[in-house]
Design a protein around this ligand. Structure first.
Ligand code: HAM
Length: 431
């Protein structure tokens, strides 16, 4: 009987990031560094595993993210519930409190880049493991902080190559703990009239997390949603002033935005300003980034009152758009390949390769292979322009063969001159 070997695959909604993909991630991160460090943000990385409670408390236990989508696990020894981080803000705030950052000059400006996990239904632009670039400014209450994050975010998107006119900013204010309860009461009152017409999800949302009814995409609810009261009409004077000042500053800075009165975001920690960036005219539901103000989160997680604001970009979504725009990277490959025949030559090749590396010349090699044919075939598949061949006789003579792959011409070069010779040829080729 033939035994069938088991092979493994990545989990649904997760993927391997290969060399050609990393070029995009690295490039986006290097652009992020350039922009956000220029705006005074410093890098932080928090662990991927945290106590699950950090997120249920921080994001809100009735949010989809904490309630349905979190990967939760139990440790063997102490039966503690841990979670793979579904987002970065709660973790950064935990670090801010734990590391005593409230004693530093405020605001503390941090950015982070790494993988996040949400057990969502995989679909276009929605993965179960995805990367985010998060940017957080903690300890600043002013509308100017919101504006700074928005301005830097736009600049970052422009720097990645998105056209100014294509970048769409949706903006709303959802008030604070003073004014939001009155709004929620009115929203619930309004939806009670339509209890039988709305979808089952909205019936649940209105009980558990009323603001989220405004996020409903079902056709059934869309006309009802249109007539719903909006948070903007219920803002207290402080929240109204905050939002008005932000809009005025954005107008002054010529930053276009669309007021989206139904934008509420899926995390409970938001207060006042919420926003999303997408491409197009505002009807594109795939957000490249989302953010807002979270004035109470530091307190909720055990710190003192420190108002804050931030944003996070979805890296896979950015990459998809960049690829769509034709942004292309090529995985670096060697132009020169070293072939060795025999033990003596192999030993010498180790030394020679190190010398080339010190000179920053990337040589292809397969020191594990012995046959000349196999090595030449690899060199051929890599499409290199030059092959260096080192055999027993060449080592004894202190020479090496340099073969030009396009002309087929072979020359014997003294070993001590080979680096200079290769440098010369590569330079000529670049011209
Ligand atoms: P979020 O809107 O949940 O906000 O996520 C931010 C961005 O991450 C989204 O706009 C999207 O581009 C990307 N994203 C979210 N979920 C997925 C997924 N399943 N697959 C692919 N990409 C995804 C936050 O996470 C907040 N922490 C943002 C923030 C920072 N607010 C204040 N500071």
């Amino acid at each position: 009987m033939v035994s069938r070997k088991k092979s493994f695959q990545t989990l649904r909604g997760m993927k391997d990031i290969l060399a050609k993909d990393w070029l995009y991630y690295d490039w986006i991160l290097s652009n992020a560094k350039k922009i956000f460090e220029h705006y005074g943000f410093q890098r932080i990385e928090t662990p991927i595993l945290e106590k699950a409670e950090l997120f249920t408390k921080g994001i809100g236990k009735n949010t989809d993210i904490a309630n349905k989508e979190m990967y939760v696990l139990k440790t063997k020894e102490n039966k503690e519930l841990l979670a793979l981080r579904p987002e970065g803000t709660a973790s950064v705030v935990r670090a801010y409190i734990e590391r005593g950052m409230s004693n530093l000059p405020q605001p503390v400006k941090l950015y982070h880049f790494g993988p996040f996990f949400r057990h969502e239904r995989p679909q276009a632009g929605r993965y179960r493991q995805f990367y985010q670039l998060g940017v957080e400014m903690i300890g600043d209450e002013s509308y100017a902080a919101d504006a700074e994050i928005i301005v830097a975010s736009r600049l970052f998107l422009e720097n990645l190559g998105f056209k100014k006119k294509d970048i769409c900013l949706l903006l709303n204010s959802i008030g604070c703990s003073e004014c939001r309860p009155t709004y929620i009461k009115e929203l619930k009152k309004y939806y009670r009239k339509y209890n039988k017409q709305i979808c089952a999800d909205c019936r649940r949302r209105i009980k558990e997390n009323p603001l989220r009814v405004l996020d409903c995409k079902s056709e059934k609810c869309s006309s009802i949603k249109k007539g719903a009261p909006t948070a903007l009409d219920y803002l207290c004077s402080e929240c109204r002033n905050h939002f008005k000042s932000l809009l005025e500053l954005l107008d002054y800075l010529n930053i276009p935005y669309i007021l989206d009165k139904t934008l509420v975001r899926g995390l409970d920690y938001y207060t006042r300003t919420v926003f999303e960036f997408s491409l197009g005219d505002g009807t594109n539901k795939i957000a490249l980034a989302g953010g807002g103000r979270y004035d109470k989160l530091v307190e909720i997680l055990g710190g003192t009152h420190k108002p804050a604001a931030g944003v996070a970009f979805g890296i896979e979504r950015l990459i998809k758009e960049l690829v769509g725009k034709g942004k292309n990277f090529i995985v670096p490959k060697p132009n020169v390949y070293l072939v060795q025949i025999g033990d003596l030559a192999r030993r010498q090749s180790f030394k020679l390769l190190e010398q080339f590396r010190k000179e920053n010349i990337f040589l292809g090699e397969s020191l594990g292979k012995e046959s000349l044919k196999a090595q030449l075939s690899t060199a051929d598949r890599l499409g290199v322009n030059y092959v260096l061949i080192l055999g027993q006789q060449e080592v004894l003579d202190g020479m090496i063969i340099l073969k030009d792959m396009s002309s087929g011409i072979q020359e014997l070069i003294p070993l001590e001159k080979i680096i200079g010779e290769v440098k010369k040829r590569l330079k000529k080729q670049k011209k």
